[in-house]
Each structure stands twice: as C-alpha cells, then as structure tokens.
Design a protein around this ligand. Structure first.
Ligand code: PAF
Length: 282
C-alpha cells in the first residue's frame, strides 16, 4: 500500500493505474478509522481494481474551531488498518496541499443542504462539497463510498455530483453499529465509558420507535423519541426530524412520502459530544 501526501504523487500513481485500464474506487475519510469506515473500504476493495482512501480532516467543513481541534488524528493506526483491509493507496495531504489558496467556491442545494445539519451547522455542507469535489477532481474515481450514518451528507453530495456533471457512481453503505447498537463514529472515542453506555439509548429509542410508529402518527412518534431521550441524564436532543428521504423535508403523515427516515442529533455527556444517527421508517 502506498501512502502519498501530494497531489502530484497522487496523480502520477493514478495515471499508471488508469493506463492499465483498472477501475478506481474512492473512500473519502477524515481518519480516526473504525469498523464503519472498514466496511466502506472492504466494499470498495471488492468492487474495484484499485482502492484509494483519503485521510484528511477538512477544516472548511467545521463551523466550530474546538470541534476541529479536538477531532481525533490517528494516521499511523489508520494506515495499519487500511493495509490489512487491502487498500492500495492512502492520500493524506496537508491543509496547504489541498487549499493552496482559500476555497471561495460556494455550493447551494436547498432545501437539501439547508435543513437539519445545514441549519445547525452553517457552512458545513459547503465545506463538504468543497473537499469532496476536489477529491473527485484529483482522483477521478469510478465509484465512491459514503456511510449512511451521514444520511444528509449523501443527499447533498448526490445533488452536487448532478449539478457539476461529475462522472462518479455514488455507493451509500449501511450504518455499522457497535454490539450495543451505538452507530460507529470517530467521535465515540471522545466519550467516557459511562457516556458511551448512556449513548446506546439513542439507537435503542430509534429502533423501538419503528414499532411505535406503526400505531402512532408522525408527530406522536417524534414527540415520543424526543421525550424518552431527553429524560435520560446526560442526553439532550438537538433535533429529531422525520423526513422524506428524497427532499429531506418534514413529513406530517406516514403517507406523505415513499421513503421516510428519522434523523437525530443528540448531545451526550459532559464535553458534550455531538452524535448523529438515523432510522428508516419506510
Ligand atoms: O464523512 C466524512 O468523514 C467527511 O464529511 C468527508 C466526506 C470525508 C469529507 O471530509
């Protein structure tokens, strides 16, 4: 497995790969890899001749400096894991390499990028589009893999790819959960063992709400999940929205859309750590 940090090296290696008519798959990450990333890499390795994994904590998608500074950085351990999974190339650039000049491009795909995370984290999806579009231009992958934990992120990237006519096949991958049900996230490492235990209530409530939803309205289901979680010391729901899986707009009845997903963000613990998760109702 090669590890490169410059765009020139990256392009040289990939030119050779393309000369050999090999398909290229990309798994964009911010590092601090866990089994969730592992599942994306495994799938990428299985479905492509050549797997590129980018490891880059993208400053432009953080609207909170503390969050950026606290984001775990574990490149050596990440590379060990990627080697074992059969990745071919790790692209781990510096901020200056990716942004030699400030990125002044702005992306806007309302309402997909303005609701939920878009409303709570102004500028976040603009930063995601900046980095993901750059990675797509640098790597020119045939396929790219993203985890469904970031349900809204996938929708925004899909809109961007369509808007910019980028020829890449986006492959969303299911959420990977710890045995406790907690959705895997690099942020879980910021939780104490006790907080991690408390955090398992998020997925538990979401799973239970699927059965509850069969006999209750959207509003009742919404209120039930929020009330249950807010009662637990150490948890505070920032938002829970039950949305059409295409438009990401709130639904008011279970008949309002063909696909319906509940997206939640919860603050957990003393720091606190912001955790996201989602559940499909139909
Ligand atoms: O999901 C992430 O880890 C990041 O948002 C991504 C897609 C790697 C862009 O920095």
């Amino acid at each position: 497995m090669k590890v490169v940090s410059s765009v020139v090296e990256l392009e040289a290696v990939l030119a050779q790969v393309r000369n050999e008519n090999k398909t290229i798959g990309l798994v964009p990450t911010m590092g601090a890899l866990h089994e969730g990333h592992g599942s994306l890499v495994k799938r990428c390795v299985a479905e492509n001749d050549y797997t590129v994994v980018s490891v880059f904590v993208n400053p432009t998608q953080f609207n909170d400096k503390n969050d950026l500074n606290n984001y775990p950085r574990t490149l050596d351990a990440d590379c060990e894991m990627l080697q074992a999974l059969g990745a071919d190339l790790v692209f781990a650039p510096t901020v200056e390499e990716v942004y030699p000049e400030p990125d002044t491009r702005s992306f806007s795909y309302p309402p997909i990028d303005t609701v939920m995370e878009g409303a709570k984290r102004p500028g976040h999806f603009n930063g995601v589009c900046q980095i993901v579009s750059k990675l797509f231009y640098m790597v020119c992958p045939d396929t790219a893999y993203f985890g469904e934990k970031d349900f809204q992120q996938i929708a925004v990237i899909r809109a961007m790819v369509k808007d910019l006519n980028i020829k890449v096949d986006l492959r969303p991958c299911p959420i990977v959960r710890e045995e406790s049900g907690l959705a895997m996230s690099s942020r879980n490492t910021l939780l104490t063992p006790a907080e991690r235990q408390v955090a398992t209530n998020i997925s538990r409530c979401l799973f239970e709400s699927v059965a509850y939803a069969k006999e209750h309205s959207v509003l009742e289901t919404h209120n039930h999940v929020v009330a249950q979680l807010n009662e637990i010391p150490g948890l505070e729901v920032e938002y829970f929205q039950i949305v059409d899986d295409m438009s990401l707009l709130d639904v008011h009845s279970w008949a309002d859309a063909q696909g319906i997903v509940g997206c939640i963000t919860v603050y957990c613990g003393a720091r606190p750590v912001r955790l996201i998760d989602n559940i499909r109702y139909k």
